[in-house]
Design a binder for this molecule. Structure first.
Ligand SMILES: [Zn+2]
Length: 429
């Protein structure tokens, strides 16, 4: 007869430590408004130095890799794949103090709590501070986490340059003490087979938890996207009073019909339970040629479609093509969607999400299962085959701005969930 492993009560995470470090981060990376922590720049380095200092003070093993990602490890009682809790420490220019940093400090608060209680986790617990997640600096996604798996392309190291000072990524990595040559060779620090689970705690960047009055969210999947950043509708300019309805080739009316048709499609699919967002973020007539008394002959627009399901994205792509050609024929215009870019949806691991939900229930923290609409390093871990989860903390006013507002009580609630998870991770591999 086998006994179920005893479920230890998790010791309280060190919230005071996190609070002190949030204050130090805010003070030492302060900008004109909010904080600025450029990827591989001075602000991000300050944050990494603070975390390395605190990890050493807690007696955690401190290590970095060729991309200068930081690893703070509390040894576990058992051998075998360990747990990684992490997020990024860079920020957008004039950004908020919590986006990214909250995830790293939550991991540290949990490790510090275990340390203070003299308790070891069942497996190694590594707090990971990931480099260069905010693609406003280098126009490449998930630089640090991809580098940790040896998945950065050599061309990116030479060819992608930082906004502002134009420094090439490889040079910036070297300036931070990293080894771009090792990255170009694809040397990996992390082996997916040696990671039992990765959890990224993060502030929620939308209003869902705020609206529902819940402190914590457990992410079910990260939405993928397809995007048209340079779509164009070409009709014919004509006199607004002199051109009959039948003879018009109105580019603006055609795009408007596409917006309405796509919105109706979204409503229909959402009602059927599909996860989807459809956003026409920019629509512009030509300022030089358009006028109030002219039928618009040219309209540029963008379209961003997101879903946590590959099947939904594919179906919407097909439906969009059909709508565009039908509307173009009916309106006598040319509708050219232009090049498509995008990312694949990333599934969260059902075992990890179930273990997070169980930890939330055990801690008495109400949690909402919800999709994640923005990209995160967790997507890379998931795509590398690591069982991955994300824990959201309620946050008002969105993110990427200095007004993001996370209550420390909500951070503490999420940290209790994370602590419980770290003591009872899902079936270790
Ligand atoms: Zn972030």
């Amino acid at each position: 007869m086998t006994e179920a492993p005893a479920r230890h009560a998790a010791p309280p995470p060190d919230i005071a430590l996190a609070e002190r470090l949030f204050a130090e981060l805010a003070a030492r990376t302060a900008a004109r408004r909010g904080v600025t922590r450029a990827s591989y720049g001075p602000g991000e380095q300050v944050a990494h130095d603070i975390l390395a200092r605190e990890g050493a003070a807690l007696g955690l093993a401190v290590a970095t890799d060729a991309a200068r990602n930081l690893y703070l490890t509390l040894p576990g009682t058992g051998a075998g794949p360990g747990l990684i809790v992490g997020s990024h420490l860079d920020s957008v220019p004039l950004g908020g103090n919590y986006d990214g940093a909250a995830g790293v400090l939550m991991g540290l608060a949990v490790a510090a709590g275990l340390r203070a209680a003299g308790q070891a986790p069942p497996r190694d617990l590594t707090v990971m501070a990931i480099r260069a997640e905010e693609s406003t600096w280098f126009a490449a996604s998930y630089i640090g986490s991809r580098a940790a798996f040896g998945r950065l392309a050599a061309g990116e190291l030479d060819g992608v340059c930082r906004a502002g000072d134009g420094m090439a990524l490889g040079q910036a990595v070297a300036a931070a003490g990293g080894d771009p040559a090792a990255l170009a060779r694809g040397e990996a620090r992390l082996d997916p087979a040696r990671i039992a689970a990765f959890v990224e705690p993060h502030i929620e960047q939308g209003p869902v938890l705020e609206d529902r009055g819940l402190p914590v969210g457990i992410v079910t999947g990260i939405r993928g996207a397809f995007r048209h950043r340079a779509a164009l509708c070409l009709g014919a300019y004509a006199h607004s009073g002199a051109t009959p309805r039948a003879g018009r080739r109105d580019a603006l009316r055609a795009v408007a019909r596409l917006v309405v048709a796509m919105d109706a499609m979204w409503e229909r699919r959402a009602a059927a339970g599909e996860d989807l967002t459809v956003t026409f973020g920019e629509i512009a007539t030509d300022p030089d040629e358009a006028a109030f008394s002219k039928v618009a002959g040219r309209v540029a627009f963008t379209l961003d479609v997101r879903s946590d399901s590959d099947m939904t994205l594919a179906a919407v792509r097909g439906e969009l093509a059909g709508l565009a050609s039908a509307i173009a024929a009916a309106e006598g215009v040319r509708l050219d969607l232009g090049p498509e870019t995008g990312t694949a949806p990333a599934a969260m691991d059902p075992g990890v999400t179930a273990a997070l939900a169980a930890a939330a229930a055990a801690a008495g923290v109400p949690a909402l299962a919800m999709p994640c609409g923005a990209g995160h390093d967790a997507a890379v871990f998931s795509q590398m085959g690591v069982p991955t989860g994300m824990l959201f903390v309620r946050n008002a006013h969105g993110s990427h701005n200095p007004d993001e507002a996370m209550a420390m009580a909500d951070f503490a609630a999420a940290a209790r969930v994370l602590a419980g998870f770290c003591l009872s991770p899902p079936c270790p591999r």
